[in-house]
Design a protein around this ligand. Structure first.
Ligand SMILES: [Zn+2]
Length: 255
């Protein structure tokens, strides 16, 4: 049986632009029928049901967790009692739509930045490079738009990340190349992690003595400068989300 054909106009003048929506069975995404329950919240009272093929698409943690030898893989249930439903809502939407949905109510407020950082830290924990990288780009973009650096959140960042984390790096870089004195006025030395202060002093000293370029690193380097995919994984910007990955096919074919 071949797929049904549907062709729709896609907003072009006089219907000149027509979006192709007829696809072959070979081109379809294979979601499969296996689902995984994700429980989040302090009491694990927020429940999500995600296709296993979607859940294991980009997260190395979920790929491992779904192996039969793991309890989670046997039960098809994964629990996160220290992750909020707000964070997982964002991740779930991203998994299915490849889009990040954020509230614009207070896009320059600390709680908004905290929301982005928590999402990034969750991506770090589940080893999902594409999700981390899109959250990093959102975080960076918001700081640029608002001309505001959430210095008060450096403890959350430094507490939740490894020394080599791009999230630590971007905070030091943004503070090196921007006037963040206003944000700093509201902090005491005890409010800021020592590693952050040391990194910042080192960076500012290099900048003062001309050992850093005049152009900020986010402008002078590739778009992947703060991404964590490295050379091992493709950038999320180049992923073809219409097609399941080879690993996705393997998961589906075993069902
Ligand atoms: Zn990249």
């Amino acid at each position: 049986m071949t797929s049904k054909i549907a062709t729709v106009k896609d907003g072009g003048e006089d219907g000149k632009v027509v979006k192709k929506q007829r696809l072959t069975l070979k081109e379809r995404s294979r979601l499969g029928s296996s689902g995984v329950v994700i429980l989040v919240g302090k009491r694990l009272d927020s429940k999500y049901l995600i296709h296993e093929s979607i859940l294991t698409k980009t997260s190395l943690f979920f790929r491992s967790a779904m192996k039969k030898e793991w309890k989670e893989g046997e039960e098809k249930i994964v629990r996160f009692n220290d992750v909020s439903s707000e964070t997982f809502d964002l991740y779930q939407c991203w998994l299915y739509t490849n889009a990040v949905y954020t509230s614009e109510r207070d896009p320059s407020g600390t709680s908004f930045y905290s929301f982005l950082i928590n999402a990034y830290l969750f991506g770090d924990r589940i080893l999902d490079h594409p999700f981390k990288d899109i959250m990093m780009d959102t975080f960076s973009q918001k700081m640029e738009e608002n001309s505001k650096i959430p210095v008060s959140l450096t403890y959350s960042i430094y507490y939740g990340t490894a020394p080599s984390s791009p999230l630590r790096r971007i905070m030091v870089d943004k503070c090196t190349y921007s006037d963040f004195s206003e944000s700093l006025d509201r902090q005491t030395a005890d409010d800021l992690p020592k590693d952050f202060l040391m990194g910042l002093v080192r960076s500012l000293s290099k900048k003062t003595w001309g050992r850093l370029p005049g152009i900020p690193p986010w402008d002078s380097n590739s778009n992947c400068y703060y991404h964590s995919h490295g050379t091992e994984f493709p950038c999320y910007k180049t992923l073809d989300w219409g097609e399941p990955t080879s690993d996705c096919r393997l998961v589906n074919s075993s069902m």
